[in-house]
Design a protein around this ligand. Structure first.
Ligand code: SAM
Length: 286
């Protein structure tokens, strides 16, 4: 089936993922770990690139591999692969891929990612180590799910955080936040405190100050994109021992996703290694 999503930014995401998986599976395979790759929003393995008007783009891509095929083709590879998607047709495609890659140990599940992730993390024991990709379309991932990843102590996480969705749901003018979006924002951001954190009284022109006196009900204005991203990063850092500065994925200059890398392993040695490789990857993608 044709899975239409993504764009130029998808290519950057997969380039980063490929480089990290190659580093990880090479560095850790020499040690006595069982290495897992888990993809909680796995897709179909492939995709057709769309532009912002939902039209197919004729980009000269060398291929249209998604994260699943990308992970399967990385060498030396992982001991086990775990692919999950909620959409039955996507799961069917994943099963076809499992047949093609009969040499790989692949488990496929059809769950809500917010159920799959806690169950996957709970199964990691002893010398298990994992890379987990969380790549939702938009608002499907609950912030609460990240707690299980952080508490595992064994997972390196790559997370696409839907910055553009948050920006859309929190209009610059605080009076315009739609009441029906509040619950989604609470779930996405893991707090109902976001309004206090993301909005500040609008700076008044000096002339108003001279004549207007103190207003009892100042107009509220949302933080800008950089400030919002910094707030999300700080919240992730409350949970994870190490969180790299995010890679901003954009479309024609507009921010879409913050691509985060977070390490659950509390050992300073593991964090230092991850920090080094991620900074190297960031420089290599420009
Ligand atoms: C952006 S696509 C994933 C793309 C994939 N990582 C790739 O690079 O090829 C998001 C996927 O998440 C699936 N999905 C949507 N909601 C979900 C949920 N609550 N739990 C699990 N999967 C979900 C969709 O069916 C879709 O295949």
């Amino acid at each position: 089936m044709d899975h239409k999503f993504g764009g130029i930014w998808t290519r950057k995401k997969l380039e980063v993922l490929t480089k990290y998986l190659r580093f990880y599976s090479t560095a850790l395979k020499k040690q006595k770990f069982t290495l897992h790759y888990a993809d909680a929003f796995a897709g179909t393995g492939k995709h057709t690139v769309m532009d912002e008007h939902n039209e197919e783009l004729l980009i000269p891509f060398e291929d249209f591999k998604g994260s699943v095929l990308t992970a399967l083709e990385v060498e030396p590879g992982f001991h086990r692969y775990h692919f999950n998607d909620i959409e039955p047709l996507h799961v069917q495609e994943l099963e076809n891929i499992r047949n093609e890659y009969s040499g790989r140990d692949i488990t496929i599940t059809e769950q809500d990612a917010n159920q799959f992730v806690p169950e996957f993390c709970a199964r990691l024991k002893g010398r298990d180590r994992a890379v987990l990709l969380l790549d939702p379309y938009s608002t499907q991932l609950d912030w609460e799910t990240l707690r299980y990843v952080a508490d595992s102590g064994k997972v390196d996480l790559w997370l696409l955080f839907p910055l553009s969705v948050i920006l859309r749901m929190t209009p610059r003018d605080g009076a315009k936040v739609r009441p029906e979006w509040r619950e989604t924002l609470n779930r996405l951001l893991g707090t109902d405190d976001w309004e206090t954190a993301l909005y500040a009284p609008k700076a008044k022109p000096q002339i108003d100050d001279m004549f207007g006196g103190e207003s009892s009900d100042p107009e509220m204005e949302r933080l800008n994109t950089d400030e919002l991203q910094r707030w999300v990063t700080a919240r992730l850092r409350e949970r994870f021992p190490f969180v790299a500065e995010p890679i901003l994925l954009t479309n024609r200059g507009r921010p879409l996703f913050s691509f985060y890398f977070a390490v659950a392993n509390p050992e300073p040695k593991a964090q230092a290694l991850a920090k080094g490789v991620v900074s190297h990857i960031r420089q290599s993608i420009g």
